[in-house]
Design a protein around this ligand. Structure first.
Ligand SMILES: N[C@@H](CCC(=O)N[C@@H](CS)C(=O)NCC(=O)O)C(=O)O
Length: 307
């Protein structure tokens, strides 16, 4: 039996919005498990082995951490309609522009503006997640610089749409729209007045963002967190052991490693390699609550260390 797609997310999470839009583009049915927007996350960490960021996708006993690998897996399992009609490499690399280079100033714009209204416990959580780098006071000071950067990155989107096309790669929406939309959605949802003022210059971006919003989220049905844990426990992981002939460091299936993000939320996840390739690493772990699971990560932006 095919397992359902479960997304562990919260509705205000901008990275989760990317995945919800991919569900929309592929017209998928999915189950929504709502997770807290800060630690602790007692019903998520048994699945991931310590990865705490949002979103996480679960299919049976396979767990996908980070939107890069979630998108890759959705395209692999549900190839039609493809969200990559014009080639894959450039859109995959565009994700890193959106998720890192454009995201950081957008965080500055949003939290520089919301500043004092942010609950203390949220500030503490984000400071811990970023190794101390999250400070709303600093972001207030830096807001003008963050706005400059936001403007420059939004201008790239405006330029791409300048010939009057409806979507960034042409007449139809693709994954590239999803990447371009991340920070526009984030700013527009959290600080609409500031975002609209910054986007005044780019009416074609505002009009395009409305078209992207219309893609929708596919068909969503809620699920209780405990049901998702039960599904992982009952299921066997689908990931198959495979050799990686070009692996440059001598890592092989069976090796014990840790995998950690190299930006923020760097908690290392320990397990035994099932397979690696240039795009993905999958590691097997055992957990008292969920039994045997395989956790999948992207390679770009993640550090693999021998345990
Ligand atoms: N590189 C990650 C970034 C994910 C990310 O930063 N998510 C934010 C929320 S949108 C987060 O995890 N915040 C902390 C939390 O939710 O606990 C991805 O692409 O999935």
């Amino acid at each position: 039996m095919a397992h359902e797609i479960i997304l562990h997310h919260y509705w205000t999470s901008p990275f989760s919005e990317k995945i919800r839009l991919v569900f929309g583009l592929k017209k998928l049915a999915w189950r929504s498990v709502e997770i807290p927007n800060m630690m602790p996350k007692p019903d998520l960490l048994p699945l991931t082995g310590g990865y705490r960021k949002t979103p996480v996708m679960q299919i049976g006993a396979d767990i996908f951490c980070d939107t890069q690998i979630i998108i890759r897996e959705l395209e692999r399992r549900f190839p039609s309609p493809s969200v990559f009609p014009h080639g894959k490499g450039l859109p995959y690399s565009l994700a890193l522009w959106a998720d890192r280079i454009f995201f950081m100033p957008t965080v500055g714009v949003v939290f520089g503006e919301l500043g004092d209204s942010i609950p203390e416990e949220f500030k503490k959580d984000r400071a811990a997640m970023s190794g101390g780098a999250f400070s709303t006071d600093a972001m207030k000071t830096m807001a003008p610089f963050a706005k400059d950067q936001f403007r420059a990155h939004a201008a790239f989107i405006a330029e791409q749409l300048a010939d009057g096309r409806d979507f960034v790669q042409g007449a139809e929406p693709t994954i590239a729209d999803v990447h371009c939309y991340l920070n526009i959605w984030f700013a527009k949802s959290f600080v609409p007045q500031v975002a609209n003022a910054l986007l005044d210059e780019f009416p074609n971006v505002t009009a395009w963002a409305a078209r992207v919003a219309e893609i929708g989220h596919g068909t969503v049905t809620p699920m209780e967190p405990k049901e998702a844990l039960g599904i992982a426990k009952e299921a066997a992981p689908a990931a198959q052991r495979a050799d990686d002939r070009f692996e440059p460091r001598g890592l092989s299936p069976g090796d014990r490693v840790t995998v950690a993000a190299d930006d923020y939320g760097r908690d290392p996840i320990a397990g035994e390699i099932v397979f690696t390739n240039a795009h993905e690493i999958a590691i097997r772990r055992e957990d008292a609550q969920v039994g045997e699971v395989v956790v999948h990560f992207p390679r770009a932006g993640f550090v693999v260390s021998k345990a």
